[in-house]
Design a protein around this ligand. Sequence first.
Ligand SMILES: NC(=O)c1ccc[n+]([C@@H]2O[C@H](COP(=O)([O-])OP(=O)(O)OC[C@H]3O[C@@H](n4cnc5c(N)ncnc54)[C@H](OP(=O)(O)O)[C@@H]3O)[C@@H](O)[C@H]2O)c1
Length: 229
Amino acid sequence: MKKVLITGINTGIGLGLAKHLLQEGYFLIGCVRKSEYFDLLIAEFRDFKNQYALYAFDLKSDFTDKLQEIEKNHGVPEVIINNSGIFLTDTGDFDSVYNNIINSLEVNLKAPMRICEYFAAKMRSLPWGRIVNISSRMGSLGDNTSGGYLSYRSSKALLNMYTINLAHQMADTNIVVLTMHPGWVKTRMGGMVAPDEIGTSVERIAFALTEEAREFHGEFLVGKEKLPW
Ligand SMILES: NC(=O)c1ccc[n+]([C@@H]2O[C@H](COP(=O)([O-])OP(=O)(O)OC[C@H]3O[C@@H](n4cnc5c(N)ncnc54)[C@H](OP(=O)(O)O)[C@@H]3O)[C@@H](O)[C@H]2O)c1
């Protein structure tokens, strides 16, 4: 059974992905901020007993010990989906906007980097694998036609840069590395006016796990459509 590590599975796109990949037969290594979410998740995953394990840690902390525990318990996962993210509102003066950039980087860049850096070298010898960083079209320089949202945009732009660097580093392996936009999705972050359902975003991200995705290694995608950097 292939193992998939996903962050932020208590809600939104992460929960949708977790349920979909359990149905697809993956063993889920589900990561959330707080163990208080476990009861809810145990109820959500009642049909998939023995097919998942839950871990609680704050992505803003140094959670290397949790990654060591995950590796000790499950070995190296074939799939990593860095889904968790934060969107901060940039109002106020220079210092508060700059602080938002720093705080956004903690969750949107440093945490996915920490997970990738911990596992990427260990994944090199796997016969098949995927590393998917959930970014946003708002992190695209080429697609930035309206400005604003500096902290979120910057953090996702840097996540994109990190991901393409990692893709180069992993180019001689069987691991496909992608950065993906899920769409504008009805979640706590996307709001209820968002046009896309969680199921649609899950379908788009699940493309990364197909064999066809290999030819898109190192790309910035929504589904199989390439986005401008
Ligand atoms: N929704 C959209 O329209 C949209 C568009 C483009 C990109 N995205 C990206 O898609 C991903 C998922 O978004 P979503 O819409 O599902 O967002 P969401 O509903 O707000 O969920 C975000 C997830 O990230 C977790 N998280 C945030 N900070 C954390 C921390 N410090 N430690 C541990 N977990 C933390 C949250 O945990 P808590 O519940 O404990 O806070 C939650 O599980 C994000 O990377 C987002 O940037 C979303």
